[in-house]
Design a binder for this molecule. Structure first.
Ligand SMILES: [Fe+2]
Length: 494
């Protein structure tokens, strides 16, 4: 299949592009109750938040912590009495927390997508999405007309990119967060999907997938190879055999690892509602040689569903190990947090959480799964060891009976088999934590872990820095904003 026919299929077979209204319409509900946890799903002012200096509320800023944490997540949850029907459909808002001289400065800005501009002008939801009905009057010419740019961020070629999964990366000014427009890697790749989980080799080269299964029901995916300077080096295509839902993937130093979960687009309905769980097909893994995309092998495992992987590495005999947060079947994503957006919470409402698991893929034969019994999501690794042998994975898990979201930072050591945890407590909703290598440090423990959380007792967002050498000591420093911003998905550090 050529690139142009791949793109054409993306549009022509897409219920999204055809402007098809989904079965689920935005619900119209009276004023919600407003317990503190609903701050995680409260729409911020359209002009954004900050720049505003955050207050150091505990500890001392570690010497040498200079840079900026960027995070992205859905933030437009309602217009008037109409609520977004799926968390993944809210317009993206990028948060930037810049650290210098022991101070932390927060700025939050919505990403100025085509979708957002139209909906802000109309003050109502117009574009179709994962589970949101499109207004028939809303014209959809390409995937970027429905792009919410709400899932992650990545730095490439001096530009900050706001990422979604079914449309272009959106370029932002890295300081002001002003939107510059879609990233076009090559003329014939305009509006080509760019997954929200690019993977960066330690030398700066970036790899990513173009997955259109959400809209096309096709099984061809694109592979981007992007140089450290931000230039597209190559774009190839591989067939993953089925239109599985792919949100994340993995790689080693020499291989791309694409997990094909048996959650398959049947085309019965547009968006996530058209996917069917087929556990009898198991979890298939495609391993592709980075130097020659035609060199491929498959491995088979018991059925698992997942959103996120940590990273992989390869041993001398060719055995591949990677960490994944697995569930037994699709859990979150089906309901999509729609109840929480309306201010309703039922414990366990979207099924059991994910469990950190190591996949062991031998050179021949079936995959072995080593389950840690650590619940959690948003696995992160030290960027200096991405694709290389390593021992640490950070994730957030736990939870409180009275509200959604994680409460605990976890750190798994694969070599010792031991894990550490820091429990923020029931008054927190905790987000992804990233590894930041300490200046001059060499090992994974020579890192800080940095992450945001909403302090429900204070009603404010915070950012905390831990020493990866011992997270059980608690944060080295915590800064608090004068306000809160909604829970997000993923971030990056520059
Ligand atoms: Fe993700």
């Amino acid at each position: 299949m050529t690139i142009s026919s791949f793109l054409r299929r993306s549009l022509l077979q897409s219920g999204i592009a055809a402007g098809t209204a989904l079965a689920i319409a935005p619900d119209v509900i009276a004023e919600p109750k407003a317990p503190a946890w609903t701050l995680g799903y409260t729409t911020p002012p359209a002009k954004g938040l900050g720049p505003s200096t955050m207050r150091l509320v505990s500890g001392k800023a570690p010497a040498g912590l200079e840079g900026a944490l960027y995070r992205n997540g859905p933030a437009q949850f309602r217009y008037g009495d109409a609520y977004a029907s799926h968390w993944f459909d809210g317009d993206g808002m990028v948060q930037r927390i810049a650290f210098a001289d022991g101070k932390a400065l927060h700025t939050g800005r919505f990403v100025g997508t085509t979708k957002r501009k139209a909906e802000q002008a109309a003050q109502k939801f117009l574009a179709p999405g994962f589970s949101t009905a499109g207004d028939p009057s809303y014209a959809v010419g390409s995937a970027d007309d429905v792009n919410a740019a709400n899932t992650s961020v990545a730095m490439s070629g001096g530009e900050m990119l706001a990422l979604w999964e079914a449309g272009s990366a959106i370029r932002l000014d890295p300081v002001t967060l002003e939107t510059r427009g879609p990233k076009i890697w090559r003329k014939d790749l305009a509006a080509m999907p760019f997954l929200a989980h690019p993977k960066r080799e330690p030398d700066g080269r970036l790899w990513n997938l173009a997955v259109a299964s959400l809209s096309t029901g096709g099984s061809m995916i694109g592979i981007y190879r992007i140089g450290a300077g931000g230039e597209l080096e190559d774009f190839g295509m591989v067939d993953i055999g089925a239109p599985a839902y792919i949100h994340d993937w993995s790689m080693t130093e020499r291989k791309l690892i694409i997990l094909v979960q048996p959650w398959i687009n049947t085309g019965a309905r547009p968006g996530i509602g058209g996917f069917e769980w087929r556990p009898q097909e198991g979890l298939k893994t495609l391993i592709v040689d980075k130097d020659d995309l035609k060199k491929q092998r498959w491995a088979q495992a018991d059925a698992r569903a997942f959103y996120h992987t940590g990273a992989g590495w390869e041993e001398s005999d060719g055995t591949i190990r990677l960490d994944v947060c697995f569930t037994r079947q699709p859990a979150f994503g089906v309901g999509g947090g729609a109840a929480e957006i309306r201010g309703e919470y039922k414990p366990g409402g979207e099924g059991p959480g994910a469990m950190l698991t190591q996949m062991v893929i031998p050179p021949k034969g079936d995959v072995r799964l080593i389950e840690t019994k650590l619940d959690g999501e948003f696995p992160q690794v030290d960027p200096r060891f991405h694709g290389l042998p390593r021992r640490l994975t950070a994730l957030v898990g736990g939870g409180a009976p009275g509200h959604p979201g994680a409460t605990t930072l976890r750190l798994q050591d694969w070599k010792s088999g031991k894990s550490q945890a820091y429990d923020y407590g029931v008054d927190y909703m905790v987000e992804e934590h990233l590894f930041i290598p300490k200046p001059g440090g060499a090992s994974e423990r020579d890192s800080w872990l940095i992450g945001t959380a909403i302090n429900l007792a204070a009603g404010k967002s915070e950012v905390s820095v831990f020493d990866a050498a011992d997270i059980e000591e608690g944060p080295l420093a915590t800064w608090q904003a004068d306000y809160s911003w909604p829970l997000g998905f993923h971030g990056t550090w520059t």
